[in-house]
Design a protein around this ligand. Structure first.
Ligand SMILES: Cc1cn([C@H]2C[C@H](O)[C@@H](COP(=O)(O)OP(=O)(O)O[C@H]3O[C@@H](C)C(=O)[C@@H](O)[C@H]3O)O2)c(=O)[nH]c1=O
Length: 181
């Protein structure tokens, strides 16, 4: 597994080694020790989630606040997404900046998102199967988010907004300047 730094400190792209033979494909999608050795701290994922999305579905930008803040390990099991991570850590040199990357089953890229980041993705194909691990349980009272098209964040989603499918909840998310801390 190759681990590559991103422009956001503590946020990494993981590239598993694929083994192909006449039966198909095999790869290790998670290796706790290798990840912990690389990031230099213990990680204890406690919840696994899967979502299925139609082409044009945008989920995000989401995070949980305070002690319920989650590190995540995100990957695509079918289709392709544009994945976006925003640095919410005031003390970080990349505070307010974002990192984006296309994730697909074909490229097998996985992103490790540390605590203190908002996360979202846009489905670029039909029936995207998105899988992710979290190191804190879902805690609805601590749910928070930021509007995907916030002018200050200025994320280029590379997709026409009128074709996006977004939940009522996500359309009511606050702007970056009014976000929950
Ligand atoms: C996230 C989550 C949702 N739910 C429930 C609440 C709700 O009724 C239903 C759908 O929830 P949401 O609309 O929040 O799902 P979704 O928009 O897919 O939320 C996810 O978005 C991506 C971008 C993330 O980074 C995740 O952490 C998570 O926030 O599932 C759980 O039971 N457990 C969970 O961990």
């Amino acid at each position: 597994m190759k681990i590559i730094e991103t422009l956001l400190q503590g946020c990494y792209v993981l590239e598993p080694i694929p083994f192909m033979d006449e039966r198909g494909l095999f790869f290790e999608s998670y290796h706790q020790k290798r990840l912990e050795d690389y990031i230099g701290k213990k990680i204890n994922f406690v919840q696994d989630n899967i979502s299925i999305s139609k082409n044009g579905v945008l989920r995000g930008l989401h995070y949980q606040t305070g002690i319920h803040s989650q590190a995540k390990l995100v990957q695509v099991l079918k289709g392709e997404v544009l994945d976006v991570v925003v640095d919410l850590r005031k003390e970080s040199s990349t505070f307010g900046q974002h990192f984006k990357l296309k994730l697909s089953l074909e490229n097998r890229k996985i992103i490790f998102i540390p605590k203190g980041m908002a996360h979202g993705f846009l489905a670029l194909t039909d029936e995207v199967i998105f899988a992710y691990k979290c190191d804190e349980y879902y805690h609805p009272q601590s749910e928070a988010g930021i509007m995907f098209n916030d002018p200050e964040l200025d994320i280029n989603w590379e997709f026409t907004e009128t074709n996006m499918i977004i939940s009522e909840k996500d359309l009511k998310l606050p702007l970056w300047k009014d976000r929950k801390i």
